[in-house]
Design a protein. Structure first.
Length: 201
């Protein structure tokens, strides 16, 4: 039995249209917001030890990849990673980094568990709700996830997974990047450096 409040929340979420994330958030991958990655299992954030740029590592059935979260550039790709040293299903949920992350173990969140940050230090919150299960809606808010009032004021329905299962969604440790990963695509939003600034840094 649902309470009146729960019914109101469900109706509010169902009525909210998908909308772009508000400023200062912007999509990383151009021209679309997502890139296809078949068989995606999980993702993890790490900083480039040389530049400090925030990177996202993707683990999929087709191998591993590392993307720059400011520019969307693919920095490294390994189509045949060593399964003996990658442990995304084990107790530590980590994989060794590749490319600029070589020598670093990256925590992976996705199909086998783990999680990304749900809040940032300056008040952004991400919530995953399922008023029309099994589909997931990703909500971004500035009111601590309370989602008061209609969408577009202090909260936004920024993503709706209708065609593939959600793997994970959340912020990087710095709070400058936000990723949404399903079994078939990756979406990254950033409020970090613009692509032309990142390419110079």
């Amino acid at each position: 039995m649902f309470t009146d409040y729960e019914v109101q929340l469900r109706e509010r979420f169902l009525a909210a249209p998908v909308s772009p994330a508000p400023d200062p958030w912007r999509p990383v991958f151009r021209p679309g917001v997502s890139i296809p990655i078949g068989g995606l299992l999980g993702i993890g954030f790490a900083a480039d030890p040389d530049t400090g740029h925030e990177l996202v590592m993707v683990v999929s059935q087709g191998g591993h990849g590392v993307f720059d979260t400011a520019t969307g550039r693919l920095l490294a790709r390994d189509r045949d990673p060593d399964a003996d040293v990658c442990d995304p299903t084990g107790p530590h949920l980590t994989c060794p980094g590749i490319g600029p992350l070589t020598g670093t173990r990256v925590r992976i969140a996705g199909l086998h568990g783990g999680g990304l940050h749900a809040t940032t230090d300056d008040g952004w919150t991400i919530d995953v709700v399922s008023p029309d299960w099994p589909h997931h809606r990703i909500l971004l808010s500035t009111d601590g996830g309370l989602c008061h009032g209609p969408a577009g004021g202090v909260w936004w329905h920024i993503h709706h997974t209708t065609h593939s299962p959600l793997r994970t969604a959340g912020f990087s440790p710095s709070g400058r990047s936000l990723a949404i990963a399903t079994s078939t695509y990756l979406t990254v939003l950033t409020r970090g450096l613009a692509p032309d600034q990142a390419s110079r840094g």
